[in-house]
Design a protein around this ligand. Sequence first.
Ligand code: ATP
Ligand code: MG
Length: 555
Amino acid sequence: MGEETVSKNFIEQEIDKDLREGVYDRVCTRFPPEPNGYLHIGHAKSILLNYGLAQKYGGTFHLRFDDTNPTKEDTEFVESIKADVEWLGAEYGEHLYFASDYFDIMYECALKLIRKGKAYVCDLSPDQIREYRGTLTEPGRNSPYRDRSVEENLALFEGMKNGLYKDGEKVLRARIDMASPNINMRDPILYRVAHMTHHNTGDKWCIYPMYDFAHPIEDAVEKITHSICTLEFEDHRPLYDWVVRECEFDPAPRQIEFAKLYLTNVVTGKRYIKKLVQEGIVDGWDDPRLVSIAALRRRGFTPESIKMFVDMCGVSKSQSSVDYAMLEYCIREDLKMKRPRMMAVLDPIKLVIDNYPEGESEELDVANNLENEELGSRTLPFERELYIERDDFMIEPPKKYFRLFPGNEVRLMHAYFVKCTGYETDGDGRVTVVHCTYDPETKAGSGFTGRKVKGTIHWVPASCAQKAEVRLYENLIDEEKGVYNKEDGSLNLNPNSLEIRTDCYVEPGFRDAKPYDSFQFVRNGYFCIDAKDSSPEALVFNRIVSLKSSFKLPK
Ligand code: ATP
Ligand code: MG
């Protein structure tokens, strides 16, 4: 027991209390996205939190599209959101709902409130309503229409429903308290007139419920027990409770708020991402530099790594930002043991082993992951001509450079020791070929102990290496300057956020790789097959993360 009690977050403690006190005898949570954009890492936190709670308590998890606002929604987003939720492993099974399916119930609830004298039709203009509402320091004033009779309100509301009024001409308001210290309680609007076609209900309605009225009803109808949302809704909770109580729902769902997840130096606002997409600065909503779930997936993140990240962030009531490096830490940890370690050369120069017989080659047996035998091994051709990284050779090396330079001997990973004997340059003095000789005695795995070398470099066989494009990403945002420009609110973009290398070589073992498959490129980082642009003949890799880390695990 001990350990588990200690690690419970504040929401779990509240749920425990509710179950203990018999407020609920089961747990039902939901994720209620508005289908007006792609989900991002913050939503992933909400999804995994809600799904995780349902799982932990043997309860139910609902996916509900909060599609009560006909202006902004798009069915394209419904499909992408479903795909993202499923990819994260949050199983909703048959519990897929649309808030717009409850429009009839919401209408009935409104009638009930009118009959109870708890709602009235108001003719004030939007500006007047704002003016009458008062401020944080001053109470509001009652609307002159506040004391209309139940009959009059019923008739007018029916008129609203039947299309007798123009947009904005009349609204239905809750009759609560214009002097409440909480502005949300000053006779909030419940229904507005909007002559708009809804993607689900078509032209059936020309009145639409406001979020604060619709949301508690959606939760109550689905018998949600714990309605978990972010902190900005804390001040709306009295209204949430009022709606549930006055509409006489039993059992009543309970709203609990937690702090949003913010990541440093990334863009999550839909408005900003839309602009980046429209201006062609990024390659769509799933550009690997973004942190939409689709982008993270395309970049090569796994559901497990995102879950690890969300768990490490924890759940709290206080706002804070999490370092992007922590997300990188999680994907490294997740892939380390799971994925094969392959050789790829991103900036190639040729290495010729002059004493290796021309036209011959041998098959080396290479472990896929030295730390995880279960990943098996592969064979790799070794031959006279190879590609190595340009960086791994220097004509005049600085101190402590242990890789190739004239006269120096290094180990070729999984193969032999080679000693540099010379090099060729082009007209500009740029190195084109490095020459060496190998020592047949030094084959990896042969038990050779004759002498040691200080450097090990990777390589690919020149005759059968496959050419590939590799995309190296950096932060989309210039970290020095912060996310937003102080003067005009624009984004401080990092001009080097994408570097495309087109003449890379990877070893021959990638022919069967599928979209999203990821690999470690030894000595470099983790890379995955780009799902949009890669094909078996023309491989395209995204760098997920480099092997180097600046992140220190908090104690
Ligand atoms: P955004 O404005 O960032 O796109 P949103 O709140 O408008 O987000 P919704 O579709 O309304 O998006 O949100 C669905 C759910 O996701 C809500 O319950 C919301 O509280 C939660 N959510 C949104 N952003 C975050 C975040 N950064 N961290 C945690 N939960 C979030
Ligand atoms: Mg929203």
